[in-house]
Design a protein around this ligand. Structure first.
Ligand code: SME
Length: 167
């Protein structure tokens, strides 16, 4: 049985290093994109304190469609260029929103969410999808989250075979 382990009281950057190492272990013998993104969502949800949602949206037919996640039932289809996920997808850049009530066009799947970070999943010049993390706390995410999550997404993209994800 796999148990998510992070050091109690450790700094955010130490915690991200621990999560990176655990994801490395989880992906060592597995390249299936669906299994790997599902386990990645679970690892992040359990390993990062203060989240109420963690999961993926994937590009399908020109829009973002809900993928593996942990948390409450969520919106299924998001338009590129709209909301936080759609903005990160359009810019192909990580977006942090410290207070979602002040972000024009924010799509509220869970009214408890107050801050959000969305990290794109690029592959060459294409976009596969995005990783979305939500927190009920204002300004929960900062540059340490950007660095830690982009490193984790880099590992996920490198180790997983996304060819069977029909875009
Ligand atoms: N709030 C997101 C929608 C996805 S949910 O938070 C899971 C957005 O504005 O794109």
């Amino acid at each position: 049985m796999f148990q998510v382990k992070t050091t109690a009281g450790a700094s955010k950057s130490v915690r991200y290093r621990e999560l990176f190492d655990q994801l490395t272990g989880l992906l060592v013998d597995e390249s299936d994109w669906l299994a790997n993104t599902a386990n990645c969502a679970a690892l992040l949800y359990q390993g990062i304190p203060g989240l109420n949602w963690a999961g993926f949206y994937f590009m399908r037919g020109g829009e973002l469609v809900l993928g593996p996640f942990q948390g409450k039932v969520a919106c299924v289809r998001l338009q590129v260029g709209r909301g936080v996920c759609g903005t990160a997808a359009q810019r192909r850049q990580t977006v942090i929103v410290p207070d979602v009530t002040r972000f024009p066009g924010h799509i509220a799947c869970d009214p408890a969410s107050r801050s959000e970070i969305v990290v794109p999943l690029p592959q060459g010049d294409k976009l596969i999808g995005v990783l979305d993390l939500d927190s009920p706390a204002i300004a929960h995410f900062d540059q340490t989250d950007v660095d830690g999550l982009e490193r984790i997404i880099g590992l996920l993209l490198q180790r997983s075979d996304f060819r069977f994800l029909c875009a």
